[in-house]
Design a protein around this ligand. Structure first.
Ligand SMILES: Cc1ncc(COP(=O)(O)OP(=O)(O)O)c(N)n1
Ligand SMILES: Cc1ncsc1CCOP(=O)(O)O
Ligand SMILES: [Mg+2]
Length: 212
């Protein structure tokens, strides 16, 4: 089963991205989504080529945001696709069954469609407002997660769901009660001065009910 914590990278330059990803790995993250928006393909490729061996060294999963061609080219572990990105079934046809494909959802119907199209996990959000992403879909709040996760249970649909959007340590336990599998975070890890402590706190909460 997938790790319950996914770090979504931040940084305006290749150097900042590499620094932030390295720090997150050093602090204990073992799933990185490389999100480097509005850049040239040359720069995203250069970054991905540097991040791949780094993630291998830390035995971390490495997935790419948006860019299917890049994910294929560098043989990343997978990709995360939004509602207006390449369709999940197209990506599956190209990447095959061994790669991880994540899909963004804001509603129960989005999740239903993603499951039909062969998605591996869902990034459901936003939980709350965040500056990390522009043009946010409607905010779900805790009630939105309860509602959507309840519908999944009623319809006997199973897929790991990750909450995303402005999540802090305090949100983890209430979010887990809705039935989510894990969380995808960017800002709290990038901005933390005590990343190791933060990741330990997040993991303690995320894995609180799991017997080793
Ligand atoms: C885990 C996870 N969930 C949701 C998103 C958002 O994807 P998308 O809607 O395509 O927005 P961008 O990240 O591409 O701006 C995500 N990246 N990861
Ligand atoms: C990519 C994305 N999609 C919805 S919210 C979000 C950003 C999550 O980042 P943060 O944890 O900093 O709010
Ligand atoms: Mg996208």
């Amino acid at each position: 089963m997938y790790n319950k914590l996914q770090y979504i990278s931040q940084g305006e330059t290749i150097e900042q991205q590499l620094y932030n990803i390295h720090q997150a790995l050093d602090a204990g993250c073992n799933w990185v989504q490389m999100r480097f928006k509005n850049q040239t393909s040359k720069d995203t490729f250069t970054l991905a080529e540097a991040v791949k061996p780094l993630c291998e060294e830390y035995l971390a999963n490495f997935i790419i945001n948006d860019d299917l061609h890049l994910a294929e080219q560098i043989a990343a572990d997978g990709i995360h696709l939004g509602l207006t990105d390449t369709k999940i079934d197209e990506a599956r046809a190209i990447l095959g069954t061994n790669k991880i494909i994540g899909g963004t959802a804001n509603t129960f119907e989005d999740i239903e469609n993603h499951i039909k199209n062969g998605c591996d996990y869902i990034g459901l959000g936003p939980f709350r407002f965040t500056n990390t992403k522009e043009k946010l879909s409607p905010i779900l709040g805790l009630a939105g997660y309860f509602d959507i996760l309840e519908k999944l249970k009623k319809n006997k649909l199973q897929i790991p769901v990750y909450a995303i959007g402005g999540i802090t340590v305090r949100d983890v336990s209430p979010l887990l009660e809705t039935g989510i599998h894990g969380i995808a975070v960017s800002g709290i890890i990038t901005e933390s001065d005590e990343k190791e402590k933060l990741i330990q706190q997040l993991n303690e909460k995320l894995y609180a009910n799991i017997i080793a």
